[in-house]
Design a binder for this molecule. Structure first.
Ligand code: T4K
Length: 371
């Protein structure tokens, strides 16, 4: 059997990409605000239903630029249950990440636990819409407004996700998207910052291009976060297919749910009412006491059978060597995140996962990997 990975990127038909390549070869305009770059940013803003998008070379660089653009300092309250990029971006910006526990049902930052962590040094809250589950925005925004904090969403997982018909990328001061190969929408590597504030968009675009305003004026220290015409053109083409991609993923998620719901010791997440999901991940929670074997045993048995599930996000960011000495990283302060990291397993999901292959995975889970 061919290995089954946690995901597999969707690519558009190669033949459809060739005309874009021909245009790039003809124009010899390879990067720096090229025509495809401009078209892609505006198409993305239309697709997402937001005002401004700045396309970055990857999600991590977009996070770093966002922290600069918001001029953050001091402490940033964030979740330990995320990909390490979130925490690293805060740390590399010179801020201290302050870990806050998560909600048991959505795995997103628990707003009820945020206020107790605010100090005079706190400047922002950085929540993550984990697996595409929207955070409790209303409550987080209320806290941010009350204490004068910025709200910067790591929205790496929410491409196309809407709550009550509105893109969640409209929330907060800024949102960061990732278009990495493993994401629902990919441009090989890529990321973006989303804002509805024109001054913020301008600041971000200066930052992305070394701080240049024009040929001779540098308005601020900047980075190189620009994206070339190849990936911009590819992104434009990908946008045509992303709705179909999400629809196929939805079917895969439904098939899993139909067969794994009710398996003793396995918890399957349902869609959240009012949310249009993108089905980027299919997490299950394994309760070893009821299921009979623990999460890691199931992970190992699947792996031995060539099924590469992933334990996103274990270990917690608060457990990595750079961060575990922080007072907020103490395991006792993050009980829900700790328990979730021990039980979580993301099963393979992508648009081309056919039902036969999925049934092999399902049978492995229902038989505790003893097929
Ligand atoms: N914030 C959050 C919440 C994030 O999840 C991420 C990224 C970021 C920020 C940062 O955004 P970027 O700077 O990455 O744009 C992957 C991704 O590298 C990472 O983008 C992603 N989150 C994270 C959740 O997953 P790994 O180490 O698990 O990837 P890897 O290489 O093991 O790939 C997983 C599987 O996907 C492979 O076993 C096979 C398949 N795959 C992978 C690649 C790269 C393919 O089939 N083709 C491919 O090209 O981190």
């Amino acid at each position: 059997m061919k290995p089954i990975y946690v995901t597999s990127p969707s690519l558009p038909p190669l033949a459809e990409f060739i005309p874009y390549l021909e245009k790039i070869w003809e124009s010899k305009w390879l990067t720096n605000n090229g025509q495809f770059n401009k078209q892609f940013e505006s198409a993305l803003a239309d697709y997402l239903g937001v005002k401004y998008v700045s396309y970055f070379t990857n999600g991590m660089s977009a996070l770093q630029a966002g922290l600069h653009a918001l001029r953050l300092s001091g402490e940033v309250i964030t979740t330990p249950f995320t990909f390490v990029a979130t925490t690293h971006a805060i740390h590399l910006h010179g801020c201290t990440p302050v870990f806050c526990d998560i909600e048991p049902d959505t795995f997103t930052l628990d707003p009820d636990k945020v206020e107790a962590l605010i100090t005079p040094r706190t400047t922002a809250i950085m929540p993550v819409h984990v697996y595409g589950n929207p955070c409790n925005h209303e409550q987080l925004q209320r806290i941010a407004d009350t204490y004068g904090l910025k709200l910067f969403y790591d929205a790496a997982h929410v491409f196309g996700v809407k709550k009550d018909g509105v893109s969640v990328c409209n929330w907060g001061d800024l949102s960061m998207l990732s278009f990495h190969a493993t994401k629902v929408f990919n441009t090989f590597e890529g990321g973006a910052l989303v804002t509805n504030d024109s001054a913020m968009k301008q600041r971000i675009d200066y930052l992305r291009n070394f701080g240049f305003k024009d040929e001779v004026t540098v308005v601020a220290p900047g980075m190189n976060g620009k994206v070339d015409e190849l990936r911009s053109a590819y992104g434009l083409l990908q946008l045509k297919y992303v709705d179909g991609e999400i629809a196929k993923r939805k079917k895969v998620a439904e098939h899993y749910r139909n067969h794994l719901q009710g398996v003793p010791g396995i918890k399957v997440l349902e869609d959240i009412p009012g949310v249009q999901h993108n089905y980027g991940y299919f997490p299950i929670l394994v309760d070893g006491k009821i299921y009979g074997i623990c999460r890691d045993q199931l992970y190992d048995r699947l792996k031995a059978a060539g099924i590469f599930s992933r334990r996103y996000f274990y270990p917690l960011c608060s457990q990595f060597s750079t961060y575990r000495g922080l007072p907020s990283a103490a395991a006792g302060r993050l009980p829900v995140a700790e328990a979730t990291a021990r039980a979580i397993l993301c099963l393979p999901i992508h648009a081309e996962l056919d039902e036969n292959t999925q049934d092999i995975i399902i049978n492995m889970v229902t038989s505790k990997g003893q097929l």
